[in-house]
Design a protein around this ligand. Structure first.
Ligand code: ADP
Ligand code: MG
Length: 414
């Protein structure tokens, strides 16, 4: 039995017409002799009826701080709706199919509501359906804890479900169908000449995903990598495109086994709605180290996760997501620290798994930003990324400028 996982995101299931397309893809793979296991997300996005955000807003109208257990039960309904619709679409097209909740599919997680981790997958129900030529349509993003409580895996969690099933069933491939052609050098909604990456390593795509390219969940890539299952990101509607193959060698694509190399620069990503917090000279004049320690201890105690930290002898800078700015200020004020805040910043990352030790990359970044008169508020680097903090109003221009500078676009030979 050649098992393949076919995961369809929320926008791919949003209309009757799209669900017919999705069902046709599943039907065709069955006709080709494959045994597909389908994973679905909740229908639509943001404010669409039944989308995850819609359900969340609904409960938040009743209680701004809703109970975690019941929130997960509510959120798990989104995938039930899309799954049941897709099963019936398949049945209408003479494809035998069966809806499975995360629990019915054997996805067992820890008990952390809203951000549960998959512990293992008990595949016996799935296997018995497949042996009877019935296609399982599995609810993504959810599982069940060992105490029999419904849990969800966090945003983008359906990708994780797909990879976990791929690894547990030793599938030939995990296909992530979405609303773009594949993994591109930048978000194609923002950078118009973004180019499709036809083959990338797990490492490269993991770096992109961690830095905000939400096209695949980074944990889904880690699971596929550990299970040594190739993963492909492709479009639900542009079926003539092969999309992006994610693997460490090209064997599954071409029959030969050359290694794919990490390239110098893979792409650029962004994260917006970030607030920069600066604690400057005056505050830190005395007992600098003590104050630095106090700041981070106070924030850690309240579970505030800070990013982009620069500690200098008389200056302390870091960033927090916008929705944590108010509570961060309160925590700091309580220990008599009065920071300066820079609202509405964006963090851009130039990502390249092979950039380590290559000189001149920072110089190129600075050139690109200067040519566009975009002030750099803060920068940082690791061996696979260089991060730039800019004002939110400059985000799109900065992304495009860096994308061009590294010749990543369609009409360049990068
Ligand atoms: P789905 O509902 O299918 O899971 P997502 O919205 O989670 O879809 O992911 C697809 C979106 O990811 C695209 O619509 C695109 O705007 C965005 N995206 C961000 N960065 C990239 C990138 N580098 N390549 C492709 N898409 C990207
Ligand atoms: Mg997604």
């Amino acid at each position: 039995m050649k098992i393949i996982i076919q995961k369809f995101g929320g926008t791919s299931l949003a209309t009757q017409e799209l669900r017919e397309k999705v069902a046709a893809i599943v039907k065709k793979s069955k006709e080709e002799g494959l045994a597909p296991v389908v994973v679905v997300s909740a229908i639509g996005r943001n404010e669409d009826p039944y989308a995850t955000d819609t359900l969340l807003n609904m409960i938040k109208k009743t209680n701004t701080n809703p109970s975690l257990r019941e929130t997960d039960m509510l959120l798990a309904c989104g995938e039930l709706i899309s799954g049941v619709l897709l099963v019936n679409q398949l049945l209408a097209m003479d494809v035998k199919a069966h809806y499975m909740s995360g629990q019915q599919a054997g996805i067992v997680t820890d008990g952390q509501y809203g951000a549960a981790h998959i512990l293992y997958v008990d595949v016996k129900n799935l296997i018995s359906l497949l042996e009877n030529n019935i296609t399982p349509v599995v609810a993504g993003f959810q599982g069940v804890s060992e105490n029999n409580e419904i849990t969800t895996l966090g945003r983008g969690g359906s990708d994780i479900t797909a990879s976990a099933l791929g690894a547990a069933l030793q599938a030939d491939i995990v296909d992530i169908f979405t609303d773009v052609e594949g993994v591109m050098t930048a978000d194609p909604r923002i950078v118009k000449n973004a180019r499709l990456l036809d083959a990338v390593t797990y490492n490269e795509i993991c770096q992109l995903a961690r830095e905000g390219a939400k096209v695949v969940h980074p944990r889904a890539i880690e699971i596929a990598m550990q299970g040594n299952i190739p993963l492909r990101v492709r479009s639900t509607t542009q079926l003539d495109s092969a999309g992006t193959l994610v693997t460490n060698s090209l064997r599954s694509a071409y029959g030969a086994a050359p290694m794919i190399r990490d390239r110098l620069i893979t792409g650029v990503t962004y994260a917006s709605h970030i607030v920069q917090v600066k604690i400057g000279n005056d505050t830190l004049e005395n007992e600098v180290a003590d104050i630095q320690l106090k700041v981070f201890q106070a924030l850690a105690k309240q579970d505030i996760s800070v990013d982009f930290i620069n500690v200098q002898p008389n200056m302390l800078v870091f960033t927090v997501p916008e929705d944590l700015a108010e509570v961060t200020v309160k925590i700091l004020n309580d220990i008599d620290i009065f920071p300066h805040l820079e609202f509405n910043c964006a963090k851009i990352a130039v990502v390249g798994a092979a950039m380590t030790g290559v000189p001149g990359i920072m110089a190129k970044i600075l050139e690109a930003l200067r040519d566009h008169n975009i002030p750099l508020l803060q920068s940082g680097d690791s061996y696979t990324n260089i991060w730039c903090l800019v004002a939110g109003k400059h985000m799109e221009e900065a992304l495009a400028a860096l994308h061009d500078k590294f010749a990543l676009g369609k009409n360049s030979d990068g």
